[in-house]
Design a binder for this molecule. Sequence first.
Ligand SMILES: [Zn+2]
Length: 258
Amino acid sequence: MKIIDSHVHLYPEPDLEKELHISQKLVERYLNRLSQKITKEKIDEAMIYVLDRNFLSMKISAPKNLIISSTIGTKKNYASDLEKAFNKGIKIIKILPYEQKIIRERYPQIIKMAKLAKKKKMALSICSTYGSKLLYDTNGVELAAHVKSKVDIPIILAHAGGPKIFEAMTLALEYENIFLDLSFSLKYWRGSSVIKDFAFALKKLNYKKCFYGSDYPYVDFNESLEYFLRFAKEYNFSKKGRYDMLYANFKKFKRKYL
Ligand SMILES: [Zn+2]
């Protein structure tokens, strides 16, 4: 089975605080460890999110089977950070609306950043998980819709919006370059009606524009694949659809944008 995991974290434990502050030595060690781990798990490639913007100043090259995406500063430092990311060959900028406290008043800044990223032919990945302490203040799906209304830049909606899956789906139907990653949500919402909605949405999208992902270490590789395959079986996804989501869709995305 060919697999690309579109959503993996660098830090090996589910500890966001530590993940935001890692030393260069550890980054090197974790990258190599992760590269070996995904080989062992028979995953062809993985896109890894580095959430510590200090990473941009580190001299590190990524192992071949890892595609690196990084966060950047979203305040005044966005332009210099973006430049650094560009020079490192990073093509996808990760935005974390909750952790970076991107409330509506800050949307204009994100638009400026998106315009610059577009100039450099980069893409965005916006965390679109559902539920945080800023439940009604930050919203990844809304931010993506806002950015798309002003800047034509490719966007991945990480976690596909969770219960906002229909909103994510309609954006993906509306815009040719909006994509959904299925990481985390299939496990987290298992047993709820959200899973049924995911199945509806993926079929509506004809299994295109959706990427399989785990969100390792928040969901382990094996576990994630099990959830995905069980879900695909329960809702009678076609073999081709399954293959597209596990592998071909991201491959196509990579060829076009990365
Ligand atoms: Zn994640």
